[in-house]
Design a protein around this ligand. Structure first.
Ligand SMILES: [Zn+2]
Length: 380
């Protein structure tokens, strides 16, 4: 259950304006969510906080700073994208994601940002960051505001309500309730990632700001280092090498299939001789699979050796990992007797079918005991 607390003004930012809520502590109690309701701020905690008691509220600053960077970066990105000389793309919404964020742009098939336009936007944003332009928030009473902006929630009314406008020098001014940096230099850098066409004609443009640029570069570099060792070649050869390996592996899988079929031919001759001589036969192949067993079963049927009370058990897979299994025979009672017997010897037997019992086993520990069962039933 969660408890709610109200305080004004809040230390912890409630979700709003596209920015996720802060997290932190009230005294020693964890605050895992903060929401705005009217002019009140609801703090969600797992434990109660004593009413009327003076407390210290602690903010998870790392999370807040990241949100401030992404959010302020979005203001700057949307401002530049909206300028005519950079294509005049209007931002209709944005999302601050866990790892990357995006703006949704109003675009049409004939008016979509080109790679060159996006490169120019990225360059301009980073130029403005180097200029270290100030970011100011101006708040006026919402009751005095000549015009309430459309973005102001309908329930946000009262004598203490304010309309806040975020100014990036003379580059941009936007009404917003979120938290922002006080200087563009705090953004460090903005990296545009990729675009996605979505519902209707709109385009999503993904981006990273500040600490996330460094984080993404760090993890991409670590992956690149690991892959360089695995693929024995630098990152400029990754795509070519991986493409070649996938192609080779597909080719090899085909060869293996053909070879297993050929092997099945020889094994079937041997099994047919054994089942004719003793009434039963058993065969296991560690690197085989269900396809291999099916080919074997088909060949034994073709040879016409599965008659009378004869039974054959076929299986495949590594000892520790188990695998597919078949029990063949035309005498239903015998087949059932074998299945019942080996179920007691093997771990996690599952399957079914008449005349040709098909199933799986969890491990092949106990395979020899299972073969003893087949021999006993088959030689009766
Ligand atoms: Zn904002």
């Amino acid at each position: 259950s969660s408890y709610t607390h109200c305080s004004t003004p809040p230390v912890l930012f409630p979700e709003g304006g596209g920015q996720p809520h802060d997290t932190g502590y009230i005294g020693s109690v964890v605050v895992h969510n903060v929401q705005r309701r009217g002019l009140e701020h609801i703090h969600y905690t797992k434990e109660p906080v004593e009413p009327g008691k003076e407390v210290e509220v602690v903010l998870d600053w790392e999370r807040r700073w990241d949100h401030m960077q992404q959010h302020s970066g979005q203001h700057l990105l949307s401002a530049i994208l909206g300028k005519e000389e950079f294509g005049g793309f209007q931002t209709v919404s944005w999302n601050l994601g866990d790892t990357r964020s995006h703006v949704e742009l109003a675009t049409t098939p004939t008016h979509t940002p080109t790679a060159a336009q996006l490169a120019a936007v990225e360059s301009e944003i980073n130029r403005l960051i180097r200029e270290a332009l100030p970011v100011r928030t101006v708040a006026v009473s919402a009751t005095d505001a000549s015009e309430r902006p459309d973005s102001l929630p309908a329930d946000y009314v009262g004598t203490h309500s304010v309309v806040r406008t975020v100014h990036i020098a003379d580059v941009d001014a936007n009404p917003c309730c979120g938290t922002h940096v006080t200087n563009l230099a705090h953004l460090q850098a903005v990296k545009l990632l990729h675009t996605d066409r979505i519902r209707g004609n709109n385009t999503r443009l993904f981006f990273l700001v500040g600490g996330r640029v460094l984080g993404a570069l760090g993890s991409a570099y670590a992956v690149s280092r690991d892959l360089t060792a695995v693929l024995s070649g630098g990152q400029e050869t990754f795509v070519e090498t991986a493409g070649r390996l996938v192609k080779e592996s597909k080719g090899q899988a085909k060869v293996i299939k053909t070879l297993l079929k050929e092997i099945a031919g020889y094994v079937a001759v041997e099994l047919a001789a054994r089942v004719e001589a003793s009434g039963h036969a058993e065969h296991h192949r560690e690197d085989g699979d269900m396809d291999y067993l099916l080919v074997l079963a088909g060949l034994l049927k073709e040879k016409g050796v599965l008659v009378g009370a004869r039974v054959v058990m076929l299986s495949a897979g590594e000892k520790a990992r188990g695998g597919p299994m078949m029990v063949l025979g035309v005498d239903e009672e015998r087949v059932n007797e074998v299945v019942k017997g080996i179920t007691g010897e093997l771990d996690g037997v599952k399957g079914g079918g008449k005349g040709r019992w098909q199933g799986r086993v969890k491990t092949w520990k106990g395979l020899e005991k299972a073969w003893e069962v087949v021999g006993k039933v088959g030689s009766q």
